[in-house]
Every structure is written in structure tokens, then in C-alpha cells.
Design a protein around this ligand. Structure first.
Ligand code: UDP
Length: 386
């Protein structure tokens, strides 16, 4: 029986109730607990770790909610996360498959050479400049213009347009330019998808990191905030738990019962296949399918994240999906309309005396894992200095 379901229970007084046991909630909980705070973590899923949850399937750590590759430039964050697991030397070098033509990612000299036969950085830059001029772009106003002015029309058409429109469910002209600036562009022969100093995958998967972060902290899984509050309210007054402050890492609009409107998200559907007869399905951890006609954006072959060579493999096809209430939200859609609505919710949040919001969903931000950790550490510091 869950702790919260027990009929007679000693009332607990917590300093923090943390809603969500993903990376943000877990880091916050750990740091608060280490400074002597009493913390309770609850999560509506049956397991901890939010979207970095990994599960062993046939000896392979499968990234259940999409591939997570840790990378950071922040030495403190790297030192922090490596306390909880050994990281391997995995370098993300996805391959883009456009109608059977293979290109290196991110956009670098290997990509330019394959696309145009150019050999020197100067030739590549000249080719991009020529295509940018043809498109008459001076100030890029959206993702399409930004992409063409960075890498030219050919790369935009073959490697960006179809993938991006599948991923976000809208035209590249209707998307903010910053999304494409996430990807490095370099005039060297270097297929590393990230520019960061530190990169790797935790040996043994991500779930153990969260489990270690939450060691000795009480965690209730399979219970939403509402369920917890309802069960708590049903107890007699002297048996009720209480808490001083609440950290909410779920969707901020959901917390407010969508009273100002619904923020949009992009969802994903994962189709995972176990292939016991195959040892090496695609020769790389990540292969992107950049043409519009293939319904998924990428195939992940999980064993390559940990350089496993044994028998059998597990692959996951990632299908972007329209999000509707009740679906898993993965990506906030940081365009003007949603930005303005979020700003209104953020105003409400500011007025809260004892509620904090954190993480990709709580702050409606396209955070990478290292930024999540940094933000959680900063929040704890600020909190405990109060
Ligand atoms: N992108 C693209 N083609 C690719 C890979 C990425 O056009 O082969 C664009 C696409 O718009 C995507 C953005 O770059 O949304 C950011 O890609 P990233 O790999 O950072 O996305 P994530 O891993 O967060 O889904």
C-alpha cells in the first residue's frame, strides 16, 4: 500500500513537496535534503526519472522517452552529474538519410563535400554565400530564412525542411529561427553534433542517476499532485501532511487548470522493436530521416550509446505527434503566441507565495539536460538563501 493511501499515518511536515521526479525535481530534492531540508517527492508515473528514464531490455539500456545524450560546457554541472554515474566517451554523430543519400551531421565539411563536392572551407563558404544571395535574405525572420542563410538552399531542402516540418507539425516559415541555431555549423571536418567540452552517456543508463539523487528521500510514485492532495485532505486534521513550499515540475498551465488558455506542446510516439536476430541494425546510434514522406524523424539503435556489440539489438522509431490534453508533452513550442501565454502564467507564478516552477514543463523552455541541472542548482541556492 502506498504511504499516502494509509488510513492512520503520522502527519509529516515537509519543507518541500517536489512534484515530478525528473532531473529537475531530483536535483532540487537532493540539494535541499543535503542542506537539512525535509523533502517529499511525488510522481504520477510508476517510476522515477521523468523523461530521462532508461530501462534494460535484453541487456540494452533503452531510452524510453527519446534519446538523451549528455553534453555541457559547464564544468560544475559536469562534475555534479559525474558524481552519480561513470560517463563513457560517446560522441553524438547522427547520420542524415535523405531518400537513401547519406549525409553527416551537424552541418560541417563532410556534409558540404557530399552535397556539393567542395573540398576546402573557402569553397564551402562561397557556395553557401551564393545560395544565400539568390534567396535575398538579409535579416532572417523565421527558421527557413535562418537555415538558408546559414547553410544554403540545398541543405535546407534536403536535410532541414522535411525533418523540421515533421518534427514541429508546421511550415519552416512559421517557426522561430532559434531552433535551427541549436545545431553547430562548422567549416572543419568534424561530425560531433555538439560543441560542448564534455559529452557522454552514463554507463548503466540514466535511471540510476535519479535513483542515486533520490537516495534516502521519500518518493511516492504513481500519484499525481491532485491525488495526493485529495488523499491528504481526506485524513483527519492531525494526520495530514503539510509542506512549506511546493516545487512543481509539471506543465505550468495544467497547474492552473488552463485558466488562461492551453499552451501548445509537441508530442512524440515511440515505436520500439526488439530484434534478437540482428546485431547491428543501422551502424549508428542515431539516423535521421530528413524527407517529409518518411513518417518518423529518426531511428535510435540504443546499443551504440554504450558501444555494445553482443547479440541482438533494440531500435526505436520516433514519430512526432500533435499534442492534446492527456498526451505526454515533450517540446514546448516557443513561438510568439505561446510565449505570450506563458508570460501570463509566469506572472501568476510570480504572485505565488510558496509555489515554485521548474524544468522544461514548469518553465515552458526547450531545456537540455545540463541547463536543467544548472537551473535547479541555481533555484536551490536562491531558495536556501531566503
Ligand atoms: N534539424 C533538422 N534536420 C536534422 C536534425 C535537426 O532540420 O537532421 C533541426 C530541426 O528543426 C530540429 C532542430 O534542428 O527541431 C533541433 O534539432 P535537435 O537535434 O537539437 O533536436 P532534439 O534532439 O532536441 O529533438
Amino acid at each position: 500500500m502506498c504511504l499516502w493511501e494509509r488510513k492512520h499515518i503520522e502527519a509529516m511536515k515537509y519543507d518541500y513537496l517536489v512534484v515530478g521526479s525528473g532531473l529537475y525535481g531530483a536535483v532540487f530534492a537532493r540539494e535541499a535534503a543535503d542542506r537539512g531540508k525535509k523533502v517529499l517527492v511525488i510522481d504520477k508515473r510508476p517510476n522515477v526519472a521523468g523523461n530521462i528514464y532508461t530501462k534494460k531490455v535484453e541487456g540494452i539500456h533503452v531510452h524510453k522517452y527519446g534519446a538523451h545524450i549528455f553534453h555541457t560546457n559547464d564544468t560544475k554541472v559536469w562534475k555534479y552529474i559525474t558524481r552519480f554515474a561513470e560517463f563513457n566517451r560517446f560522441t553524438n554523430s547522427p547520420v542524415a538519410n535523405y531518400r537513401g543519400e547519406l549525409y553527416s551531421l551537424p552541418f560541417n565539411m563532410y556534409t558540404f563535400n557530399k552535397m556539393w563536392g567542395v573540398v576546402t572551407p573557402e569553397e564551402a563558404a562561397a557556395k553557401i554565400e551564393e545560395q544565400k544571395k539568390e534567396a535575398c535574405i538579409t535579416e532572417p525572420k523565421n527558421l527557413e530564412e535562418q537555415a538558408i542563410s546559414l547553410v544554403g538552399r540545398d541543405i535546407f531542402e534536403k536535410l532541414i525542411k522535411g525533418y523540421t516540418e515533421k518534427q514541429w507539425g508546421r511550415d519552416c516559415k512559421d517557426l522561430p529561427a532559434f531552433i535551427i541555431r541549436r545545431l553547430p555549423l562548422r567549416f572543419t571536418y568534424d561530425n560531433n553534433y555538439f560543441n560542448d567540452r564534455f559529452q557522454g552517456i552514463p554507463e548503466g543508463g540514466y535511471t540510476q542517476i535519479v535513483e542515486k539523487l533520490l537516495e534516502d528521500i521519500p518518493v511516492l510514485t504513481g500519484v499525481s499532485l491532485q491525488e495526493y492532495q485529495t488523499a491528504n485532505a481526506a485524513r483527519t486534521a492531525d494526520e495530514q501532511d503539510s509542506w512549506d513550499r511546493l516545487l512543481y515540475t509539471g506543465m505550468i498551465d495544467e497547474y492552473y487548470h488552463y485558466r488562461l488558455g492551453t499552451l501548445e506542446y509537441r508530442s512524440l510516439r515511440f515505436e520500439t522493436e526488439e530484434l534478437p536476430e540482428e546485431d547491428n541494425y543501422q551502424g549508428n546510434a542515431v539516423v535521421n530521416y530528413t524527407e517529409r514522406e518518411v513518417p518518423y524523424t529518426r531511428i535510435i539503435e540504443h546499443k551504440h550509446f554504450e558501444f555494445q556489440t553482443g547479440e541482438g539489438t533494440v531500435i526505436t522509431r520516433e514519430y512526432p505527434a500533435t499534442w492534446k490534453k492527456g498526451d505526454e508533452p515533450y517540446y514546448p513550442i516557443n513561438d510568439e503566441k505561446n510565449g505570450a501565454l506563458y508570460a501570463q502564467y509566469a506572472e501568476l507564478a510570480k504572485k505565488e507565495a510558496n509555489v515554485l516552477f521548474g524544468g522544461r514543463l514548469g518553465q515552458y523552455k526547450y531545456y537540455d539536460m545540463d541547463k536543467v541541472i544548472r537551473s535547479a542548482l541555481d533555484m536551490v541556492k536562491e531558495e536556501l538563501a531566503r
